[in-house]
Design a protein around this ligand. Structure first.
Ligand SMILES: Nc1nc2c(ncn2[C@@H]2O[C@H](COP(=O)(O)OP(=O)(O)O)[C@@H](O)[C@H]2O)c(=O)[nH]1
Ligand SMILES: [Mg+2]
Length: 333
């Protein structure tokens, strides 16, 4: 059996195929992958998780690609999770050309994974959180998560990321529409991308005056930054703002508060999913439920006792060693 230290060493680069393999197991909620992740969890909490959100077409993927280059230039390893609301599991098709290029350049300091969200509504936040933990354990100091900020997704990212970057573009979600969507509320940094468009100045002005009115009292000012993702203009400033926010989180005590909130959301989401899963499980995996219900009907146990008994059954999980073998086998093969 593979011990945790060896597994970590493999994930951190000793075995280049270990991370993609385990990521696939975790993404598919394979019990072996989840059992391994459980053992890695104590090592996580080091990464700075940055959510990049905003309407489709605003330039999120382009901005992520530009940020990747900036972060690599600063000497740091970086991982990207891109969540696409429409595509099926087509891998790189979701991502911008530049990200795909970097990911295929065998730069071991870059890990990129895209996930389709279609058909996995409830499980998406869960799968994303698990992958973030895995990348964290793999010692990426910074993890970028790209999501479309529409409806539920836009607020989801706030419960996953340490820093939320909201990307707007002139003419798309203009300032006013962005304010209405509630997306700006979750933004720690606001970006007006496509600043090469002359209308960008109007969007910038609108957002700045709105924030000047709404956020006057806060100790921290929300930066509102123009970028041109396609040329890289403004990207160094954006990375500086992201790093400054990370420092502020630590100094202000806000990091601990956010992590507490994140853990709460994750546990409650998982708990609901586990109960739901158990209720919908085939008879073989929920053997006592029908019997318990009959016993309640016969007055042999109370409904409360039956509920307690149903919740006591252990969660389905395969032995961790199987997962260890799944990432450890076929080395050099
Ligand atoms: N002119 C201009 N086009 C951009 C800029 N950033 C992205 N784009 C283009 O906008 C389109 C959508 O970009 P993409 O990154 O896929 O947006 P996403 O849907 O938010 O991920 C692409 O054709 C990009 O080349 C920019 O700063 N200026
Ligand atoms: Mg995109």
């Amino acid at each position: 059996m593979v011990n945790v230290e060896e597994m970590i060493a493999r994930l951190r680069g000793a075995d280049p195929r270990a991370l993609p393999r385990l990521a696939t197991l975790v993404e598919n909620e394979d019990p072996r992958g989840l059992a391994l992740l459980e053992r890695l969890y104590p090592m996580t909490g080091q990464a700075h998780v940055v959510g990049i959100t905003g309407p489709p077409g605003a330039g999120k993927s382009s901005l992520v690609a530009a940020l990747l280059e900036s972060i690599r230039a600063s000497g740091r390893r970086v991982a990207v999770l891109a969540i696409d609301p429409s595509s099926t599991l087509t891998g790189g098709a979701v991502l911008g050309d530049r990200i795909r290029m970097m990911a295929t350049h065998r730069d071991e300091g870059v890990f990129v994974r895209s996930m389709a969200s279609r058909g996995r509504q409830g499980g998406l936040a869960w799968a994303t959180a698990n992958l973030v933990h895995l990348l964290d354990a793999a010692a990426f100091p910074i993890i970028l998560v790209e999501t479309v900020g529409a409806g539920q997704d836009g607020t989801d990212i706030a419960s996953l990321a340490d820093t939320v970057v909201v990307v707007e573009a002139p003419g798309l979600g203009d300032g006013v529409q962005a304010i209405k969507s509630g997306l700006l509320e979750v933004g720690d940094i606001i970006v007006v991308n496509k600043a090469d468009n002359p209308e960008a100045n109007v969007t910038l002005r609108t957002l700045r005056s709105t924030f000047a009115m709404q956020h006057q009292t806060g100790a921290r000012r929300t930066p509102i930054l123009p970028t041109v993702a396609t040329t890289g203009s403004g990207v160094a400033e954006l990375l500086a703002a992201i790093d400054a926010h990370a420092a502020w989180l630590g100094e202000s005590g806000e990091l601990a508060a956010r992590r507490e909130r994140r853990a709460r959301v994750e546990v409650l989401t998982g708990l609901r999913a586990a109960v739901e899963h158990r209720l919908n499980a085939p008879a073989a995996h929920a053997p006592d439920l029908a019997a318990l219900i009959s016993r309640v009907a016969r007055r042999e146990v109370s409904p409360r006792e039956a509920i307690a008994a149903a919740l006591e059954a252990p969660l389905d999980s395969a032995p961790a060693t199987q997962g260890a073998r799944a990432i450890g086998d076929e080395r050099g093969g």
